[in-house]
Design a binder for this molecule. Structure first.
Ligand code: THU
Length: 135
């Protein structure tokens, strides 16, 4: 147990709340994400779509961008929620960004509105990731 702050249930509730703020007029698929830092700070994000679809930003990357730009570091857990038939896994682009900023053992808690929960580490979601050591 390396987190000092919130329970998984509390993180999920925050993800549920920020999901409501999603700007998703095109897909109607609202996503909420929350990251927890080792010092207990919490940052939230939702997906923000654009009529030029490719400019859409996912909830996970928005949460991480908010966190980094506010000085958040050492991410120990992330929760992601959406209304889907199963817990929603981060997309490939988000996995790469998560892998850059979070440790391999950071837990990604995936949830749907039905209350199904699945947890995987970053390393499980993106094994053999490309990273800065290759540059
Ligand atoms: N989306 C996320 O926010 N996170 C993911 O990991 C998967 C996809 C968003 C992007 C888009 O606004 C909508 O879900 C449908 O793809």
């Amino acid at each position: 147990m390396n987190h000092t702050g919130k329970t998984a249930e509390e993180l999920i509730e925050l993800a549920r709340q920020v999901r409501e703020l999603a700007y998703a007029p095109y897909s109607k698929f609202k996503v909420g994400a929350v990251v927890e830092c080792r010092d207990g700070r919490i940052f939230t994000g939702c997906n923000v779509e654009n009529s030029s679809y490719g400019l859409t930003m996912c909830a996970e990357r928005n949460a991480l961008a908010k966190a980094v730009s506010e000085g958040g570091r050492e991410f120990i857990r992330m929760a992601v929620i959406a209304d889907a038939h199963a817990p929603v896994p981060p997309c490939g682009a988000c996995r790469q960004v998560i892998s850059e900023l979070c440790g391999k053992q950071t837990e990604i808690v995936m949830v749907n509105l039905r209350g199904q929960i699945e947890t995987h580490t970053v390393d499980e979601l993106l094994p053999e990731a490309f990273d800065g050591t290759f540059l």
